[in-house]
Design a protein around this ligand. Structure first.
Ligand code: GAR
Length: 207
């Protein structure tokens, strides 16, 4: 950063195409962005985001959970890669694995996730179908700290989009995705600068 504070080193964990990962990589190209993306890790060897990251010159590793006998062994391999990359912060970006409580505790306050709904509404999968089923008129995305309960951690940032008459889950997903990209870059900057910290199970904001 131009004020002399070192940038936080961020590892992004993905399972698929990695459009949120790409958004973080783009944001981190700005000289005054407080974080740099130092590694991308996918739990699937064919995750499209791996090639995208490599094309941007970012070290990208496939650590396929199928190659490991247990969740514990897989997470140990992921931890090794994170420590080798000297990561300060983890961003889950479409990482479709349930993470063990031990791993969550190791990264408490330093692991973020993006979820395609306005939490606490619509946890889990198929959030756009859930939103249409519930008949809400606004929908959106949430970036939160990762805690042991799935999609339950303290909220860092949210953004909303309208639900329009005749929307399909695909149309909603398309409307929410670019908003996810902006929101994630914004939330990561808040955490990387220490303006949003997790304390006592809540997000505390300063400045
Ligand atoms: C994104 O919509 C993200 O919010 C969602 O998966 C998609 C990944 O897309 N994450 C979850 O549903 C996590 N529960 P991407 O690979 O293009 O970023």
């Amino acid at each position: 950063m131009n004020n002399g504070t070192p940038k936080k080193r961020v590892a992004v964990l993905i399972s698929g195409r990695g459009s949120n990962m790409s958004a973080l990589i783009e944001a981190a190209k700005q000289a005054d962005y407080p974080a740099e993306i130092v590694a991308v890790i996918a739990n699937k060897a064919d995750a499209g985001g791996l090639e995208t990251a490599r094309a941007q010159g970012i070290p990208a590793h496939a650590i396929a959970h199928r190659d490991y006998a247990s969740k514990h062994d897989h997470e140990a391999a992921v931890s090794e890669a994170l420590h080798a990359a000297k990561a300060d912060i983890i961003c889950l970006a479409g990482y479709m694995r349930i993470i063990s409580p031990e791993f969550v505790r190791q990264w408490e306050g330093k692991m973020l996730n993006i979820h395609p709904s306005l939490l606490p509404l619509f946890r889990g999968l198929h959030t756009h179908d859930q939103a249409l089923e519930a008949g809400v008129r606004v929908h959106g995305c949430t970036v939160h700290f990762v805690t042991e309960g799935m999609d339950e951690g303290p909220i860092i940032a949210q953004a909303a989009v309208p639900v329009k008459t005749g929307d399909t889950p695909e149309m909603l997903a398309e409307r929410v995705l670019p908003v996810e990209h902006e929101t994630y870059a914004c939330a990561l900057a808040l955490v990387a600068t220490g303006k949003a910290v997790m304390k006592g199970g809540r997000t505390v904001f300063s400045d």
